[in-house]
Write a protein of this length. Structure first.
Length: 481
């Protein structure tokens, strides 16, 4: 059995493109049970279609670019070479001429225009670039390269370096788009026209930035062995609200923190009104974010981190209490519970006093017990932590009752998802700060679900084109990714 597939097409300039190709299906094959088209035949059909369509499109674009807008003349061809374009349906090699500028409009000017590289600066279609970046962001580059080769037709075996290159190119593109957005979507904190007038105690009134950091091992040859990536989750509406935006950056640039923070807040509806709360554990870089925000922000020490320090103290105390006489046992357990209660209710000074007293009293408990040393150590550790962050301890109990956030778990879960699995736990992997940051941008966009939207962002006002005509990019054929 033979199938002849013929395709007819026309375009703005020429009519009657026609091409044909054939596939053969043998009877033996059918008897063997292979009904219908196989994956390979499907791939071959798509690859053939793709090749013919791209050849025509490129030829049309070259014709279009040969036309001089100035005088209506034709730009002469300097020479021909070929260029391979990678697509989701295989690689297509097309003829790629280089053009001189128009002889009558720009006599004696010596440079060339390569229309095909304008169409495809990365030698891959925008769709393939985005798809590759998604895969590259979700799994190690080598695994992603294999998936790509296995599932897409006509892919020349993709190397992991290609995967990395494309993923980082998309990351860079995201960063450029984000910079444009920052430029054009400044939050004007002077203009107070935020729509709703929130009631006191309304969780919507509060904008929460939960922050966590991760240390990513650095490629060798740097002064430090690791660098810091900051993951931030911006949300509104308290616990249970699923409105949240992630953003991430490495390094501690105040300008970048401010811009990213503002942008996220703005997407949540911030227009200069409301309360901003920053939740984090006690890291210096995070305190800087607080000062980089458009209005006074409250910093809250993450309850989760306090609880993490309380837990071993409580466990050791419980173990110790079982070995004490009943009255002493009661007292110790009550005191330990009171430490937690006071911290939970924001009574910092009373908590510090109690920890101090416990620390002192425990010295008197008979020295034979092995639990005394770790217990006192834990208490000392907790007291230092509380004292250093005295101003950042909130009344967690009240916040909890009002349904407000008390822990940066959103950011922490994200650190685990975005960074830890890929960049920290695999200790043999080392990253350049730039590469890690670009990968992080792609991962954050995927987590937020707005990768396509962010790549498609166009600034509202196009800067006026003052460049001479051969360089003017044609809006119809925007640079692919
Ligand atoms: Zn001309």
């Amino acid at each position: 059995m033979r199938w002849k597939i013929s395709i007819e097409g026309s375009d703005e300039i020429t009519r009657g493109h026609r091409f044909e190709f054939e596939i053969e299906k043998s009877l033996d094959d059918l008897i063997a049970g292979n009904v219908g088209l196989s994956i390979d035949e499907g791939k071959a059909i798509m690859a053939s279609l793709q090749r013919n369509i791209i050849e025509r499109q490129c030829a049309l674009y070259v014709l279009f670019r040969r036309h001089c807008e100035g005088c209506g003349g034709t730009r002469p061809v300097k020479d021909y070479s070929t260029r391979t374009i990678q697509t989701v349906y295989g690689a297509v090699t097309v003829e790629s001429p280089r053009l001189y500028p128009c002889r009558s409009c720009m006599p004696g000017v010596d440079f060339t225009i390569t229309p095909i590289s304008e169409l495809c600066p990365n030698r891959a279609t925008a769709e393939l670039m985005t798809l590759t970046a998604k895969l590259g962001a979700l799994m190690p580059y080598r695994a992603a390269a294999k998936v790509l080769t296995d599932f897409l037709p006509g892919q020349t075996p993709t190397r992991h370096t290609t995967l990395r290159h494309r993923t980082l190119a998309i990351g860079k593109r995201l960063e450029e788009k984000e910079e444009q957005r920052m430029l054009f979507e400044k939050v004007d904190t002077q203009e107070r026209h935020q729509r709703e007038l929130p009631l006191p105690g309304d969780p919507e009134r509060e904008f929460v930035l939960s922050i966590d950091t991760a240390h990513i091992p650095q490629v060798r040859g740097h002064e430090t062995r690791s660098f810091e990536a900051v993951i931030c989750h911006a949300s509104r509406g308290g616990v249970g609200s699923d409105r949240g935006i992630l953003f991430a950056f490495s390094g501690t640039s105040r300008k970048r923190m401010r811009a990213e923070g503002l942008l996220a807040l703005k997407r949540l509806g911030y227009e200069g009104k409301g309360e901003i709360t920053v939740i984090s554990d006690a890291e210096d870089c995070l305190k800087r974010l607080k000062s980089a925000l458009p209005q006074t922000a409250t910093h809250i020490l993450d309850w989760f981190h306090i609880a993490m320090k309380l837990r071993p103290i409580e466990q050791t105390a419980a173990w110790l209490a079982r070995r004490l006489p009943p009255d002493e046992r009661e007292e110790l357990l009550e005191d330990i519970t009171a430490v937690r209660w006071r911290l939970w209710n924001g009574q910092t000074d009373r908590a510090i006093d109690l920890i101090g007293r416990l620390f002192h009293d425990l010295k008197a408990v008979e020295q034979g017990s092995t639990a005394i040393v770790p217990l006192r150590g834990g208490l000392l550790n907790l007291r230092t932590y509380i004292e250093q962050n005295r101003g950042s301890i909130a009344n967690y109990s009240a916040r909890y009752r009002e349904g407000k956030r008390i822990a940066s778990t959103a950011a922490e879960a994200s650190v685990n998802n975005l960074v830890a699995k890929r960049m920290v736990k695999k200790q043999q992997m080392r990253w350049s700060e730039r590469g890690a940051n670009l990968l992080l941008q792609v991962r954050v966009a995927l987590a937020n679900g707005d990768l396509a939207e962010r790549l498609a962002y166009q600034p509202p006002i196009q800067p006026r084109q003052t460049i001479i005509s051969p360089f003017v990019p044609v809006p119809l054929f925007q640079r692919a990714a």
